[in-house]
Design a protein around this ligand. Structure first.
Ligand SMILES: [Zn+2]
Length: 368
């Protein structure tokens, strides 16, 4: 029996890989464009704009996928805009049943009109604080954290890493690099990663999304990545024989043995061309081989997804059920960058009791 969207919706969920500039409400983009004089939108009708962005993202190329961010970043150039978008992000996720989220953003993208990196990070944190407070008042408590991202094709990663470290006690939990992968390998930013590691801070890196094993290898063995953004190409190091037996190469074995978390985003991968469909996505093989798999949205606006819809897609394709859904959620919390005691409290006081209640409901229904 497949999971109902209502059950998925009510189940506590955790999110490790989601971009602030990939999750704006379409109506907010239109509002902000009007308010701040951004003239570049292809339409000012929110529904048409949402459809336009989704079409633009679904072109089977990471580079083309990334083009759709021009407009979301275009309206994120003022402090109040960043605060509003961050607050709405927290409210939308909480309303979807997400109890813990690490949302990433590259502050350098919001500096076109004079904001500094620190001002952008402060605005992002303030928005999360406001949004989480409103969500809690509405009965949906959520813990919101920030991952500070540097753009891999740019040259500001050291500055961005230093800014991330300055805000670590205010809700920033780690550092990431994002953007086009081919031609911009993670070792270009080694100095930034060194800075983070010397401060005992946390690193996740977009690697193995559109580009293969060398990118994953560099991220782990040179840059100190604790998690992999996507990491889906790790399947290139796994061979499944006709008789079903599986052989892991050295890198795949390392990733599984060391429990390196994979921040997988199946629908986004289908849109950017890294996988043909969710049903064909390597997440199925990787979860069956018990890699440390987590399920994520990447860009809710561009891909037209929510955390719940992503779980529903996975359940429809592979029949994961509540047990596997809980496993994926606990995997995410075990892999999160928040302090251990915070994560443990969420697992023991929110996630486990939440799934226990839903499983009890399910068995009552089954007994009729
Ligand atoms: Zn991403």
């Amino acid at each position: 029996m497949s999971l109902s969207l209502d059950t998925i919706h009510r189940a506590p969920k955790a999110l490790l890989h989601d971009h602030l500039d990939g999750g704006l409400r379409p109506a907010t983009i239109v509002d902000l464009a009007r308010e701040y004089g951004y003239a570049g939108l292809p339409t000012t009708d929110p529904d048409e704009l949402a459809a336009w962005i989704r079409r633009g993202a679904d072109r089977k190329s990471l580079e083309l996928y990334l083009e759709t961010f021009v407009h979301t970043v275009g309206v994120l150039q003022e402090r109040d805009a960043v605060v509003r978008v961050a607050a709405e992000c927290a409210e939308d996720l909480a309303a979807d049943g997400v109890v813990y989220a690490e949302i990433r953003y590259a502050p350098e993208l919001s500096t076109e009109r004079g904001l500094t990196l620190d001002e952008v990070i402060e605005a992002n944190l303030e928005g999360f604080r406001l949004g989480a407070a409103r969500a809690a008042a509405a009965g949906h408590p959520i813990t919101m954290k920030v991952l500070v991202t540097a753009m891999r094709q740019a040259a500001r990663s050291v500055e961005v890493a230093e800014a991330a470290i300055r805000w670590r006690d205010a809700g920033v939990v780690g550092f990431d690099i994002a953007g086009p992968e081919a031609g911009y390998r993670p070792t270009r930013h080694l100095e930034a990663f060194d800075r983070i590691r010397h401060e005992n801070f946390h690193i996740t890196i977009h690697a193995g999304e559109s580009f293969g094993l060398p990118s994953i290898w560099e991220a782990l063995q040179f840059c100190g990545a604790e998690r992999l953004g996507h990491g889906v190409r790790i399947v290139d190091d796994i061979t499944v024989a006709p008789d079903g037996s599986v052989h892991l190469g050295r890198l795949a074995a390392f990733v599984r043995d060391r429990r390196v978390p994979l921040e997988m985003c199946p629908t986004s991968n289908v849109h950017s061309g890294a996988a043909g469909s969710v049903a064909e996505h390597p997440i199925d093989l990787l979860r069956r081989l018990r890699f440390r798999v987590t399920l994520n949205t990447d860009n809710r606006l561009m891909s037209g997804v929510s955390v719940s819809s992503e779980f529903q897609a996975l359940d429809e394709a592979f029949g994961i059920g509540l047990g596997e859904m809980e496993w994926l959620t606990i995997n995410a919390l075990k892999s999160a960058f928040a302090p251990f005691d915070e994560r443990l409290a969420l697992i023991n006081e929110v996630v486990k009791p939440g799934y226990a209640r839903l499983k009890a409901e399910e068995s009552r229904v089954a007994l009729g």
